[in-house]
Design a protein around this ligand. Sequence first.
Ligand code: TUI
Length: 310
Amino acid sequence: MRLNNWLGIEFPFIQGGMANIATGEFAAAVSNAGGLGLIGAGGMNLDSFRENIRVCKEKTDKPFGVNIMLMHPQAKEMAELAAEEKIPVVTTGAGNPSAYISMWKNAGAKVIPVVPGVALAKRVAEYGADAVIAEGTESGGHVGELTTMALVPQVADAVNLPVIAAGGIASGRQLLAAFALGAIGAQLGTCLLVSEECPIHANYKAAILKAKDNGTTVTGRSAGVPVRLLKNKMVREYLKKEAAGADKMELEHYTLGSLRRAVFDGDVDNGSLMAGQVAGQLREIKPLRQIFEELYQGYLDTLTKLEQER
Ligand code: TUI
């Protein structure tokens, strides 16, 4: 079974949660282009989350979902709203969603937690998750330790659920690899940041297009919240403070509001430009539909090439 057949969409792609970026309008654009769009509740408050759900319902008649960021102070209220609004797909990130799974399922949702390792995959399977997203450390934003290459097959072997691969997927070759590792589809984030429809500031998009293979790093390991983002002035200063033993409060204060500075103000020196390791391979801003078509066609072409070579 492929993700697109299971969800009733055209391509086997689900969009990442992308706090402060994945608005109702963007989620609708992703769904209208043939993927599964998600409204990222991280970065919203309860009222703006409700308003973004309304906008998304208005702008698409295709399936869409929400991503509940579990570290959010209003995560519980947002989880309840997703059930009330009968959102067809719920993904989660940055925590263990077990307490909410039965509520979402009773509301008719397909529940797909993001897991950084086998232990959480097994736990959410026990609680009735319908699938899991195995997200490797190549991803942008809050990351786990394991690479997609190591994580996806171990999760696929450990749980009797469909697995969606995430982290490091932005070309047909990488999509083929994800299928080979046991995934039924891919979650995409970084390659969608450089779509025409993505609402981030033009400077943020330009910084991704300029990035090289080693253009990202991970901050916040010492504070227990590792975050992958593009290297810039703020990141270099943060890493210096971290190495000098700054405490969690000081580090949090330093980065307060930094994602919003990147997304809305285009401050590429002092903002958190969250992005995955594939940033180095992205060269052009394209419409979402073209990104999906090229990714899928690239997968088919690579498969044909491999078959001819064997
Ligand atoms: O959640 C993400 N990526 C995100 S969330 C986000 S917003 C944010 N901004 C600043 C600091 C922190 C967050 C930006 N990017 N991806 C899914 C993900 N989930 N990655 C890692 C995890 C994860 C980590 C530990 C999930 C569960 C977990 O342990 C839970 C447990 O209790 O076992």
